[in-house]
Unconditional design. Structure first.
Ligand SMILES: [Zn+2]
Length: 157
């Protein structure tokens, strides 16, 4: 929890920049440079603080020129098929020509969604609850030691 709170402002800023890039392109599709600047700043924040961006965000950013990839506006989306029937969605950046291909597999599970990845996140609440339990165990002892008369009176009654 402490780690998430530490980078909360950075995530909020990245979120703002990502939405601002969308807003710029929706108002004026020709203003690609400003949207690219926003996304470049967003990527710089993520790199400096080593923050992982969600795959849904990461897939809409160009790897090479870090411009926002919107199909039909700043990128082209095509379906490609190889000889062994595997289908790909190929997104090509219209600014620099860099293309990224994503495998069409509805059964594909991202690493974030796998149960193995969830284990690391589950450890943190357990540690927090164990540390929370320790003060709870010590607190009654302190109150009893500081106020022996009150504890004795409550125990007798
Ligand atoms: Zn590009």
């Amino acid at each position: 929890m402490a780690v998430q709170l530490k980078d909360k402002e950075a995530y909020q800023r990245m979120n703002y920049l990502y939405q601002a890039a969308h807003c710029v392109l929706s108002e004026n599709p020709n203003n690609v440079e400003l949207a690219r600047f926003y996304c470049f700043t967003q990527r710089t924040i993520a790199r400096r603080l080593v923050l992982r961006q969600d795959p849904s965000v990461k897939r809409t950013l160009c790897k090479k020129c870090s411009s926002l990839l919107i199909p039909g506006v700043t990128a082209t989306t095509r379906q490609r098929r190889k000889k062994n029937k595997t289908r790909f969605t190929v997104m090509r950046c219209l600014s620099c020509g860099q293309s990224k291909s994503l495998l069409n597999n509805p059964d594909y599970c991202l690493w974030v969604d796998r149960p193995e990845a969830q284990l690391e996140q589950q450890k943190q609440p357990d540690q927090g609850s164990s540390t929370k339990n320790q003060p709870k165990d010590t607190e009654p002892d302190k109150s009893q030691s500081s106020k022996p008369s009150a504890a004795q009176s409550s125990a007798s009654t």
